[in-house]
Design a protein around this ligand. Structure first.
Ligand code: GLC
Ligand code: MN
Length: 435
């Protein structure tokens, strides 16, 4: 322990479901083999630097509630204390990855060059700390939504100077991600959208965003970054309308700008719900389109209707998410990032650990349930049976046929549809047997 903040909290260990310790893993057992692979290698958990260390507990009606030894965060010496405490927490949790934005880890400088120098000196500290521990970087990203310069967007800003500042910022963050051996680079466009169409040239903004993402990909290849470039969909908040609305919208955008082979998606549970979908819808669609990259496993409060970024706590939902991930072959460079923050009354170091421990256990239970469903094969069998009609040569021939010949056969009474049960309740019961 380099700092007393987490004093008295021992490294969290797997103790099994019967443990009576408040801070033990009951289900997350990194070495346990699930479908032929270690649990840790399936789940690939990451801690998000921003919510755990940079966010101070504010909400739209009130400011900071937390007190942390690294506040005030506008000082470089505090950024160092923050890094010390962050890595202390990584040592306690033993999760394999973490993620950051530039703005989480360093205070803003007076100009770009000073912000850059501050950022690099924290990346140096990360590099030293990572050299002596197993923790790795799942992804880096740029915060291009917090500072007032981004209020009208980053790559979609009407001001070309802001486009340029965004390009310089992303270059800096990609360089650091590459240097730390990051496995992905993420772009989330909180301000890449609009407040009103009355002042927005939608066509120009989308073209600029498409060109910007192409520049990201060009730069990735130029520096030899082998990680995956990920875009994170979200429909709105903070912008009234965000261009990366959901998986389907992002895919259309990637295709239009020739990027569907280069870029994948980082899909967040809470964002899926805000878009009017389920998490498994977004995952299944991304898998089907070949762009399933990584996940942010944080939920919203179903009553509040906004992005509350809470730790997951619903095993059946999480199980269905991992079911689709496992069906798609599991993560490659992606992982499970907890883009989750404490509630603002959860003031203590203990709360930070408890939030992550619970989340990791929930995901482990979900993963085990998903693997059990896959190994049992009940859902796959039901699916195969439901679509069995399509396996006959006559059915396949329909797809090569045309409306006139199909019409003739239907009209002659040679094809008469017979309604069949979809068995939804039975399948819902089936899922429940495993969770
Ligand atoms: C912001 C978003 C979050 C996203 C992250 C990185 O913090 O709120 O959802 O994952 O940026 O792009
Ligand atoms: Mn997210």
């Amino acid at each position: 322990m380099t700092h007393p903040f987490f004093e008295g909290i021992a490294p969290v260990r797997y103790e099994g479901p019967d443990s009576d310790s408040p801070l033990a893993y009951r289900h997350y057992n990194p070495d346990e083999i699930v479908m032929g692979k270690r649990m840790e290698d399936h789940l690939r958990f990451a801690v998000a630097y921003w919510h755990s260390f940079a966010w101070e507990g504010g909400d739209p009606f009130g400011g900071q509630t937390f007190e942390r030894p690294w506040y005030p965060q506008d000082q470089m010496k505090m950024a160092q204390v923050k890094a010390d405490c962050a890595f202390d927490m990584f040592d306690i949790l033993g999760q394999p990855y973490f993620c950051w934005h530039d703005a989480d880890i360093r205070p803003e400088g007076a100009d770009f060059a000073e912000s850059h120098a501050r950022f690099e000196s924290i990346i140096d500290i990360f590099e030293q700390k990572m050299a002596t521990r197993p923790v790795k970087l799942l992804w880096g990203t740029a915060n291009m939504f917090g500072h007032r310069r981004w209020m009208a967007g980053a790559s979609t800003n009407p001001d070309p100077d802001v486009f340029a500042y965004a390009a310089a910022t992303v270059k800096m963050c990609m360089d650091a991600t590459h240097r730390l051996g990051g496995e992905n680079y993420v772009l989330w466009g909180g301000r890449e959208g609009y407040e009103t169409l009355l002042n927005t040239d939608l066509t120009a903004e989308l073209d600029h965003m498409g060109r910007f993402l192409n520049m990201v990909v060009e730069y990735k290849h130029k520096i030899g970054f082998k990680g995956t470039i990920l875009v994170e969909p979200k429909p709105q908040e903070p912008s009234k309308h965000q261009y990366d609305y959901d998986v389907a919208t992002c895919y259309g955008f990637l295709q239009k700008y020739g990027l569907e082979q280069e870029v994948k998606l980082n899909i967040e549970q809470g964002h899926a719900i805000l878009a009017g979908h389920s998490f498994e819808h977004e995952l299944a669609l991304a898998a089907s389109l070949g762009v399933l990259g990584s996940i942010d496993m944080n939920r919203n409060d179903y009553q509040s209707g906004w992005d509350t970024d809470q730790f997951p706590n619903n095993v059946p939902e999480v199980a269905l998410a991992y079911y689709h991930i496992l069906k798609a072959g599991g993560f490659t460079t992606g992982g499970t990032n907890f883009d989750a923050k404490l509630r603002r009354q959860s003031l203590d170091a203990h709360d930070l650990i408890a939030g992550h421990v619970g989340a990791m256990d929930i995901c482990a239970r979900g993963l085990k349930a998903a693997a059990a469903m896959i190994e049992d094969g009940g859902l796959e069998d039901a699916l195969a049976e439901r679509y069995a009609g399509w396996s006959t040569p006559e059915a396949q021939a329909l797809l090569d046929s045309d409306f006139d010949s199909i019409f003739a056969r239907v009209h002659a009474g040679k094809i008469v549809p017979q309604p069949r049960s979809g068995r939804q309740e039975q399948l819902e019961n089936y899922v429940n047997w495993f969770v």
